[in-house]
Design a protein around this ligand. Structure first.
Ligand SMILES: Cc1cc2nc3c(=O)[nH]c(=O)nc-3n(C[C@H](O)[C@H](O)[C@H](O)COP(=O)(O)OP(=O)(O)OC[C@H]3O[C@@H](n4cnc5c(N)ncnc54)[C@H](O)[C@@H]3O)c2cc1C
Length: 240
C-alpha cells in the first residue's frame, strides 16, 4: 500500500477526508510510474526521490490513500503581481503555517488512522494489505511510521485538491467577511448576484461540485422570484 497526501484550503474546524484509489499494476505502468506522472513534485530531483520511493514496489498490486485536510486553519493569500492585468496573480497557499500548528497534527493523525484501517479492518486484512516498507527518501533518517516521520512526509508531499471557496462569502450585513446577503445579492446593490462556490461562508467538508450545483439551483430561483414579483407588479415600475 502506498499513500499520497493532499489537502485543500479552508479554516475553522479539524476534519479529514480519506479517499482511495486503486492502481492497476498488470499493465506496463505500475503504481510508481503512474504516480510520478501525476506527482506534485515536478523538478528532476523530486522525480528521483519519487523513483526511489516507488520503484521497489513497481509491478505489485497496490493502492494509495489520500488523506485530505478539509478545514485547514492556515490561510493563504492571493496577491497581484503587478498593475498589469495580464500578469498572473501570486498564490501563496501557506500550507501548515497556522500559528497553533494544528493542521500538521491533524494530517499526522489522518495518516496514522489510514494506515491503521488499512492494516486492521477485516476487509483489508483479508487482502493482506500492509504499508509499503520503503520509507520516503527525504524522511528515511526518521523512525519509520513515527509521528515525526509522518510529519516529514506530509510536509514534503502535499498538494492542493482544488476546492477553493469563501472568496465572496454569504453573511449578515456589516460582517467583515460577508460580500453577498442570504439571497446572494452583493451587499449594497440590488441587481448584482454572485451564484457560485465562492459564496460558501465555510467550505463544506466534502467535494464542492454537488453543493455548488445546489447553490446554482437556489440562486436561479431567487432570480426567477424577483422577476415574477417585478412583472406581476407591472413591468413599467422601477426595478425593485
Ligand atoms: C481540477 C479540478 C478538479 C476538481 N474535481 C472535483 C471533483 O472531482 N468533485 C467535486 O465535487 N469537485 C471538484 N472540483 C471542484 C469543482 O469543480 C468546483 O467547486 C466547482 O466547479 C465550482 O463551481 P463554480 O461555478 O463556483 O466555478 P467554475 O466551475 O469555475 O465556473 C466559473 C465559470 O466562469 C467562467 N468565467 C470565468 N471568468 C469569466 C469571465 N470574465 N466572463 C465569463 N465567464 C467567465 C469560467 O469559464 C467558468 O465556466 C474540481 C476542481 C478542479 C479545478
Amino acid at each position: 500500500m502506498q499513500m499520497l497526501f493532499s489537502h485543500h484550503l479552508e479554516p475553522t474546524q479539524k476534519a479529514t477526508q480519506i479517499g482511495q484509489t486503486r492502481n492497476g499494476c498488470s499493465s506496463d505502468l505500475g503504481i510508481g510510474e503512474s504516480l510520478m506522472k501525476h506527482s506534485p513534485m515536478h523538478s528532476t530531483s523530486a522525480y528521483d526521490v519519487l523513483k526511489k520511493f516507488f520503484d521497489p514496489i513497481k509491478g505489485t498490486d497496490a493502492f494509495q490513500i489520500t488523506v485530505m485536510l478539509s478545514r485547514p486553519r492556515a490561510r493563504g493569500e492571493m496577491l497581484l503581481r503587478s498593475s498589469d492585468y495580464k500578469d498572473n496573480p501570486i498564490f501563496d497557499a501557506r500550507y501548515f503555517e497556522d500559528p497553533e500548528g494544528s493542521d500538521i497534527k491533524v494530517m499526522v493523525e489522518g495518516c496514522k488512522r489510514a494506515v491503521y484501517m488499512s492494516e486492521n479492518s477485516p476487509a483489508f486484512r483479508r487482502l493482506g494489505a500492509r504499508l509499503s516498507p520503503v520509507p520516503f527518501p527525504p524522511c528515511k533518517h526518521l523512525e519509520f511510521r513515527s509521528d515525526s516521520y509522518w510529519e516529514c512526509f506530509v510536509r514534503h508531499y502535499s498538494v492542493s485538491i482544488y476546492h477553493y471557496s469563501e472568496r465572496r462569502a454569504m453573511g449578515p450585513k456589516g460582517s467583515p467577511k460577508a460580500v453577498v446577503d442570504s439571497e446572494l445579492r452583493v451587499q449594497g446593490t440590488k441587481r448584482l448576484r454572485v451564484i457560485d462556490a465562492g459564496i460558501m461562508p465555510y467550505v463544506v467538508t466534502v467535494n464542492t461540485n454537488g453543493p455548488t450545483i445546489m447553490i446554482g439551483e437556489r440562486g436561479v430561483q431567487f432570480v426567477l422570484d424577483t422577476w415574477k414579483t417585478y412583472v406581476s407588479h407591472g413591468a413599467h415600475k422601477p426595478y425593485p
